[in-house]
Every structure is written in C-alpha cells, then in structure tokens.
Design a protein around this ligand. Structure first.
Ligand SMILES: Cc1cc2nc3c(=O)[nH]c(=O)nc-3n(C[C@H](O)[C@H](O)[C@H](O)COP(=O)(O)OP(=O)(O)OC[C@H]3O[C@@H](n4cnc5c(N)ncnc54)[C@H](O)[C@@H]3O)c2cc1C
Length: 639
C-alpha cells in the first residue's frame, strides 16, 4: 500500500464526531456555569461517605442552575443528553449517574408510565430536586429476571390504598440508587394484586422519607449496600416494606388503572405484555450506558496515545531512545482501537436517532429496544477490555489515580451489568433477530431461502476465498460482506441447533440454552454489522472529502482488525484462505502505519478539556514529567 497523506481539519472532524454539537452554545454556557458554581473534578481519593455528600451537593447545585427539565426527556431528549455530557465533562460520572437515576429513571418512569395528574404533582419538585427519587426494581432474589420480583401491592377496595409488603428475604429491594441517605421517593416496581389476582408488575410512586425530618416512614426499613468496587458517590440501598400504605392515585396508570369505583382496567392483553410495554418505555435510560463507555474509551485512548508519543524507552546506541508509539506492539493495538472508537461513535449516533424516532412516532420500538441492547452490551465489553490494555500501555503511570484509568474502571465497570448483563441483553437481541427471520421465511418461503443460500455459496467460492487483491481487501464492500456472512452463518447455526433439539424432544428452553454460546455470537455479529453499516451510511453524509477519507480509513481499520481477531471463525468456515488472512493482516498493519502520524490530530478533534481533568499523561504539550511532578509534589524549581 502506498503511504497515504491525510489532510486533517480538526474542527471539521469535531463537528462530524460530535452529533450533539448543535447544542454547543448552550452546553458551553452550562459548563461555564458549572465551573463558576461547582467545585468538582473526578473523585479519586475520598471515602464513600464524603464522595456521596459531594455527589449529592453537586447534583443539587446543578439542578439549581435550572438547565435540566424533566420534559426535555420527551420534547428534546438530545438536549438532555448534551447537558448530561456537559456534567460528565465538567464534574464526574457519579454526579451524572445521580442525575440519571433521579431524572431519567425516577422522573422518566413518572413521565412515561404516569399520567397528567402525576406530571402536575411531581415535575416541579423533581426539577428542583426538592424531592429526590430512586428506581426500585431489582430485588435480592431477582435482578436479570425482574419479571419474577416478589414485592406485592394488594389493592384494598375499602380504603382505596395499596398495601405494600416484602414477603421474603429475596423480595428485599437491593442496590436501589439515591435512597440510602438522600432519597425521598421511589418508583416501586411490584406485583399488583387485585381481588386476589396477580395482575403482574406495575410501577407505583412511593414516598419513603419525611421531607422535613428526612426520617424513613414507619412500615419501611432501609439501609446502605456497603462499599462497592465503584460508584461510591451513589448511595445504594436495600429497602423493604411491611403493610406500608399508599393511595390509589400513586399507581402510574398510563397502561393499567384502578378506577375511583374500584375497577381494574388495562388495554394490554396480558401481564407479560404489560411488563414488556412498561420496560420498553424506559429504554432511553440506556443511553448513558452506551455513551459513557465511548466517553471512557475516548479519554483513555487519548491518554495512552499521547503518552506513547512522548515517552521514550530503549533504542540504538548513541541515538535518542525510541518513542514507544513506534513499537508495533503499541501502534498495532492503539490504531485499531482508534478506528473502533470512530465506528462506535457512528453506531451511537444512529442509536440516538433511532431512539428519538421510535419514541416520537411510536414506530420500530421493539427493533430499537433490541438493537440498543446489543450495542450497550458490546460497547461496554470493549470498554473494559480496552481499559485494561490502555492502562498497561502507560506502564506504572497507568496505575496512578491521576491518570484516571482507575476512575473510569470503577465508575464504568457497573455499566456492564446495569439494566441487564451483556449475555442477557445479547439474548434479547437474538430473540428479536430470529423472530424477524421467521417473518421473512414465512413471506419468502423455501424458494427465497434457496435463492439466499445460492447467493451465499456463489459469493464464497474458491476464487473469492483465495482472492488477496489489496483494493478488494480494503474495500467497504468486502468488509460488509464479511460481517454479513458472519451474522447469517451464526443465524443458520442457531436455527439448525434449535430445530435439532426440537426433533430430539427437548423443550424450547433446553434447546435455547444448549445453543447459548452461538446465540450470543449471533447477537454480537449482528451488532458489529449494525455498527459497520451505520458507519458506512454516516460516511456517505460527510461532505468534507478530506475528513471522509480519513474517517473511512479508520472505519476500515475497525472492520479489518475485527475480521483479523475473528480469523478462527472465518477460517473454520472457509470464508478466507490462509493467504487471504495474511493479506488482511498486512492491510491492517499498513493502515496502522498510515494513520499513526495523524492520530494526535484525530485526538485533538475530541476536544477534551485537558485543564479541567488535568490528566498528567494526557496534556497536549506532552510534558508528562512536569505534570506528574506537579501532581505528586516533586519540587522542580530546586533542580
Ligand atoms: C451499583 C449498582 C447500582 C444499581 N442501581 C440500581 C437501581 O437504582 N435500581 C434497580 O432496580 N437496580 C439497580 N441495580 C441492579 C442492577 O440493575 C442489576 O445488578 C442487574 O440488572 C443484574 O442483575 P443481578 O445483579 O441480579 O445479576 P444476576 O441476575 O444474578 O446475574 C448474574 C449473572 O448471571 C447471568 N445470567 C442470568 N440469567 C442468565 C441467562 N438467562 N442466560 C445466561 N446468563 C444469565 C448474567 O448474565 C450475570 O452475568 C444496581 C446494581 C449495582 C451494582
């Protein structure tokens, strides 16, 4: 491959990479308000209690700036996200998490599951944080499978109240954020029992503390969940109820209601569907779990690459030591990560668009929910793997808390399992993909299936398998084909395994679990395909040719390095020959070499506020010695 020269316009790149740049003015104003009023940088060395106090104080002060409004979640969710990221950028993740739990999970449940009367009653107090809310779904006995929660709310026809009980130890609500010390209300998810009949999971607004005294109401017991690996700024709690009463009006009754004269009514056909409908309203809350890890990858890559461009170790005798970025063991890992970051950003932007569209027009809700699940799972998995590698790439300095690897690790580790662990979310996506395929098969029938199989056969003939032409290997068409092939192959494998287990007389559940590893691979393959397709679509819309060329090569690097890391799959299924595999690795190497000299400019286009975060290894002047010395107090002037 010839040496490529790119023309990089950092501002253009920034605009393309930052979908929310249309809010730049209000975000900048908000950030400067935060800088003036709130003294907060990532918390790296305080006790959990101090951290919780500071997080609460900062979140409260931020609400006083009156930028967040619960209605934004409906009217302009992107603005909400832009402001939230201003908080992440200028305070820390715990403050953002507190705001998300309060506004998006607690407030969002009232917004989406409640009706006018609830909106009128609570919105002003939520906006000002006069009341502080939590989202009480998980129980000690059930976290992944929350449909089986055991907390009950018996409706008492006489008093027109719900009587809430936690009948077993397993039914104790656990991990509930914002309420161990500060919370005044929760949206409680529990089984509604009406006339002795279990109507399934419903949401009820439950006051838990007296607003004046902050004492927990009688009938409620609660306490903290103890020290955690991360998120110590959030006061997570266990909470349980004994004959605790709340009025009928507290039921969030958009989808199911109990009338004044004591009749239960829902338009949704079964408790299962009601549960799905309830949960799907809350999917926007997952955006933090998609945007957060991308933010972390961006920051940590920035730190590791800048350090690698400044740090010299070993070299030829009599010469300057070598920059560590020039070791292939470094740049061959860092550049594909940069490419993957760019592709993930395109994927994230398209997810935001999909969410907003499906919410506004109530269309494709199921599909959007499924795709968000896959993207959330995949990006968090990558974030944790990358963090590990990037911290090691900074040597001992990677351990220093000032360089924030530990901060990102401890604040974002929880994202892997929050609102569902990856393997559970991947299964949700695969179920959706298989049901879509079933619909397709019903429509196209055996003929359609055969045509598809023939197409696949023709496109993976021996000539194709052995072709090592570099232009083809570098083409977006090849990358798309490889990703599509992997997805369709896993889908075929899962279908075959499921039908085999059916013919052996196994139950669906047994068959499904028997195929679980492939089911998860199917969802991963689809998610990668989705990210690649969305990147290609986004690239088509980039009008600046120079930026498009560079970004396109970064996406190629994502695609090819992904194929390279999955050679075992592609070789096992004869999709590529050994020679072609070598050629792919050569292409990855050449792209890395080409992009490396421009990587600092690409990082500049992230526009990270280096002074606010003051990460010693990540300053643009590259003087990590001076910045580390300053942070730990080595006197420089006395030299
Ligand atoms: C710091 C923190 C804050 C939280 N805040 C809140 C909050 O505010 N409100 C709230 O309601 N909840 C909250 N949670 C709970 C969180 O949402 C749950 O932890 C999460 O949903 C996972 O449930 P679990 O912990 O019970 O995991 P488990 O259900 O015990 O799962 C454990 C493992 O089993 C695997 N597994 C489970 N089922 C399957 C399956 N079918 N196939 C394959 N693997 C499977 C999972 O993938 C996972 O790896 C919080 C948790 C933490 C740690």
């Amino acid at each position: 491959m010839d040496i490529i020269k790119y023309n990089v316009d950092v501002n253009q790149l920034y605009k393309i990479r930052n979908r929310l740049s249309k809010y730049q003015k209000s975000v900048d104003e908000f950030k400067s308000l935060i800088y003036r009023n709130i003294d907060s940088i990532p918390v790296i060395d305080t006790t959990a209690h101090d951290h919780q106090d500071q997080t609460h104080r900062n979140a409260f002060d931020i609400c006083k700036l009156k930028q967040f409004d619960i209605q934004q979640l409906k009217n302009d969710p992107e603005q909400f996200l832009a402001l939230l990221f201003a908080v992440v950028n200028s305070c820390d993740f715990s403050v953002a998490a507190k705001i998300v739990i309060h506004f998006q999970l607690f407030g969002g449940s009232i917004l989406e599951l409640g009706t006018q009367q609830h909106h009128q009653k609570y919105f002003n107090d939520i906006n000002s944080m006069k009341i502080v809310g939590g989202f009480a779904m998980t129980e000690m006995g059930h976290g992944s499978n929350v449909r089986q929660i055991e907390t009950t709310a018996h409706y008492d026809l006489k008093s027109k109240e719900f009587i809430i009980n936690s009948p077993t130890l397993a039914s104790t609500k656990f991990w509930i954020g914002n309420i161990a010390r500060y919370g005044t209300h929760v949206v409680l998810f529990c089984k509604l029992i009406f006339n002795q009949e279990d109507k399934g999971v419903h949401g009820i607004v439950v006051p838990i503390r007296d607003l004046e005294t902050m004492k927990v109401f009688p009938g409620i017991e609660l306490g903290g969940c103890g020290p955690k690996l991360g998120w110590n700024g959030i006061d997570n709690a266990w909470i349980r109820f004994k004959n605790y009463r709340v009025p009928r009006e507290n039921l969030l009754n958009k989808f199911a209601n109990i009338s004044e004269n004591g009749e239960y009514h829902t338009t949704i056909s079964s408790p299962g569907k009601l549960f799905q409908q309830t949960i799907s309203q809350l999917v926007f809350g997952r955006m933090l779990y998609v945007c957060g890890p991308i933010f972390s990858i961006n920051y940590c890559l920035n730190t590791a690459i800048r350090y690698a461009f400044s740090r010299r170790q070993f070299g030829e005798k009599g010469k300057k030591e070598e920059l560590i970025i020039n070791y292939p063991s470094h740049y061959r890992v860092l550049m594909p990560m940069l490419g993957t970051l760019i592709a993930f950003e395109f994927g994230r932007d398209s997810i935001i668009e999909k969410l907003i569209h499906s919410k506004k027009y109530e269309q494709d809700v199921e599909e959007t929910h499924a795709v968000v699940s896959g993207v959330k799972a995949l990006i968090n998995e990558y974030n944790m793997t990358y963090l590990n590698k990037l911290r090691a790439f900074c040597g001992g300095n990677g351990i220093s808390s000032y360089n924030l690897f530990g901060y990102f690790r401890s604040e974002l580790d929880i994202f892997q399992t929050a609102e569902g662990d990856g393997s559970v979310l991947y299964q949700q996506l695969s179920k959706f993909l298989l049901s879509e395929y079933k619909k397709w098969y019903k429509k196209e029938g055996v003929t359609g299936y055969i045509i598809k199989e023939v197409q696949t056969f023709l496109s993976t003939n021996p000539i194709y398998t052995h072709s090592r032409s570099m232009p083809y290997i570098l083409s977006n068409e090849f990358h798309h084909h490889a990703f599509l092939y992997r997805f369709e192959k896993y889908r075929a494998i899962v279908i075959e395994k499921l039908s085999q287990s059916k013919s052996k007389g196994m139950s669906f559940m047994q068959g499904w679990n028997d195929s679980l590893l492939n089911v998860i691979e199917l969802a991963k393959a689809y998610t990668h395909l989705f990210i690649l397709e969305q990147s290609h679509l986004a690239l088509k819309k980039v009008s600046d040719t120079n930026s498009r060329t560079l970004l396109n090569d970064l996406v190629k690097l994502y695609a090819l390095s992904n194929i390279e890391s999955d050679f075992s799959f592609y070789r096992n299924w004869n999709f590529i020959s050994a020679g072609k595999a070598f050629a792919i690795s050569d292409a990855v190497r050449d792209l890395c070499v080409a992009i490396k000299p421009y990587s600092l400019q690409i990082l500049d286009s992230s526009k990270i506020d280096e002074h606010r975060f003051n990460i010693p290894l990540a300053h643009t002047d590259g003087d990590y010695l001076k910045h580390m010395a300053e942070r730990v107090g080595i006197p420089i002037s006395k030299l």
